[in-house]
Design a protein around this ligand. Structure first.
Ligand code: NAD
Length: 476
């Protein structure tokens, strides 16, 4: 039965949580302790801009402190509100547990349209917001570590890190107070692309199991699959780029704030991205059909739908018209609880947000560890690894020569085998491993429990189980 009234984002998350908890056997009271948001701080602060003081409203919500620091992005958008920040903080708790990143859940937001301000103004606003949060330990390497989200990126994270360092001049770990920083300001290779890369790894893992493909009525591999992406920002762009360039998928539709592009032969993702950078939107892009009614393209025929922009875009008004048989939630909360019911009844498979976009927090975790250890990954081992591989290659060549063979190893093999892993390769390997293992833990519950018919409930069961275990171990 579908729900008639659309719940709020936080209510949606709670409804999905409750669905999973009803199938679990938690001690009395623990379910509520895990579900509720511990605290939300609202701050209003003024910044003098263009000759007058402008007041901004920001939030930092801490959902669960079963592990610390708590972690979660900071969003800049005009629609930011307490309900949304709390929903996103709850998802962070479940997400971190699912991918075994040792953090509690948090999220922040600033009610602002960043496009209305120039870079200098945004720096003033960001530094002031960071100051307000840091003085209450809501930005802190061991307490609360933000990251980018919608409307923020490396640039904002660098300002936040610098602001924290100015306020804590003797903290040797100051740079670990935020992740998603530029490489030259304490960041890690592969963080910018991480969430989109994680979406790619998630889909690859999905296509490794014929049982999963059968549930989504799909066959073969990612090669040639028709994909529609909503939002060509950080997450959507990288996911679409990697899936089309490396897996042979066709990006047939791209939906942006000013309409959608459609081309059944596949769109050139980099060309569309360049067009958006230059013109501010997708309108006018050649080589594609343009429709001003972007969200209608969510309902177009395709194999895989990737909502990678906003929450609540697949809801009671359009869920029954969605044609994709597989949805991967790159955005947080793109499918409302009511729509989730409808899609489940239709047999649509949904790879849920808490797993699908966990690549970002996974690589953020690597960045935080890198910052605390004060050394880049691979710096100690890389050349030693290369030297040992060289020994093997030389020895094998000697054996081959001694046996009178004319065989020599190909240059391309030697090039690949002899090269020690650099930081980017290690990050990708760690991300791939994390996405595979987390998917497998959901898949086991999905296929083996008998009473779980969707991946979202499976994801909740796995993650709630882990959070509950933490609380039990702490004696709560
Ligand atoms: P972003 O700001 O880089 O990109 C968002 C994109 O969506 C922009 O291109 C924007 O123009 C577009 N957009 C805005 N309104 C739209 C509309 N009405 N219809 C279609 N497109 C619209 O943001 P992002 O970092 O890519 O985040 C996108 C989603 O992914 C959010 O839900 C966010 O919470 C989630 N997420 C992001 C990360 C990360 O590492 N950045 C990690 C996990 C989850």
């Amino acid at each position: 039965m579908s729900i008639q009234k659309e719940p709020s984002f936080r209510e949606s998350v709670d409804l999905m949580f409750n669905r999973a908890v009803a199938m679990m056997d938690l001690p009395p009271g623990l379910e509520e302790k895990i579900r509720v948001c511990n605290a939300t701080y609202t701050v209003r602060f003024g910044v003098r801009l263009r000759g007058q003081i402008q007041t901004f409203t920001g939030y930092r919500s801490v959902h669960s402190e079963h592990k610390e620091p708590v972690k979660g992005g900071i969003r800049y958008a005009i629609g930011v509100n307490q309900d949304e920040v709390e929903a996103l903080a709850a998802l962070m708790t479940y997400k971190c547990a699912l991918v075994e990143a040792p953090f509690g859940g948090s999220k922040g937001g600033l009610r602002i349209d960043p496009r209305q301000y120039d870079e200098h103004e945004l720096e003033l606003i960001t530094r002031r917001f960071a100051y307000e949060l840091a003085k209450r330990d809501l930005i802190h390497p061991s307490q609360n570590v933000p990251a980018p989200d919608m409307g923020t990126g490396e640039r904002e994270m660098a300002w936040i890190a610098d602001q924290y360092a100015r306020m804590n001049t003797t903290d040797i770990n100051a740079v670990a107070c935020v992740t998603g920083k530029p490489l030259n300001a304490g960041g890690i290779s592969g963080r910018v692309e991480a969430t989109g890369r994680g979406v790619q790894y998630a889909l690859r893992e999905f296509f490794r199991d014929p049982r999963d493909m059968e549930k989504a009525k799909l066959t073969g591999s990612l090669d040639g699959k028709r994909i529609i992406v909503q939002g060509l920002g950080n997450v959507g762009y990288h996911a679409a780029k990697f899936l089309s360039e490396e897996d042979g998928a066709l990006i047939t539709g791209i939906i942006e704030w000013d309409g959608a592009l459609f081309n059944e032969n596949g769109l050139d993702v980099d060309a569309v991205r360049a067009w958006i950078s230059k013109h501010g939107g997708v309108s006018g892009f050649p080589d594609a059909l343009h429709t001003a009614e972007g969200s209608a393209v969510l309902e177009e025929d395709c194999d895989i739908l990737i909502p990678a922009a906003l929450e609540g875009v697949i809801n009671l008004t359009n869920a029954d018209r969605i044609k994709a048989s597989l949805i991967i939630e790159a955005a947080n909360g793109p499918v409302t609880a009511g729509a989730d019911d409808i899609l489940r009844e239709k047999g649509v498979v949904i790879i849920p947000d808490m797993y699908a976009n966990a690549g970002g927090v996974t690589v953020s975790y690597f960045e935080w560890v890198k910052n605390l250890s004060h050394i880049r990954f691979g710096r100690m081992q890389r050349r030693q690894e290369e030297a040992r591989h060289q020994l093997v290659v030389d020895e094998l060549q000697k054996i081959s020569d001694a046996m009178g063979s004319t065989y020599t190893m190909s240059d391309s093999f030697k090039q690949k085998y002899l090269r020690g892993a650099d930081e980017l390769e290690l990050v990708r390997s760690g991300l791939d491993d994390t996405m595979r293992i987390a998917y497998q833990s959901m898949r086991d519950v999905w296929h083996e429990r008998g009473d779980v018919d969707d991946l979202r409930t499976a994801a909740y069961i796995v993650s709630i189980d882990k959070v509950a275990a933490s609380y039990r171990a702490k004696g709560l």
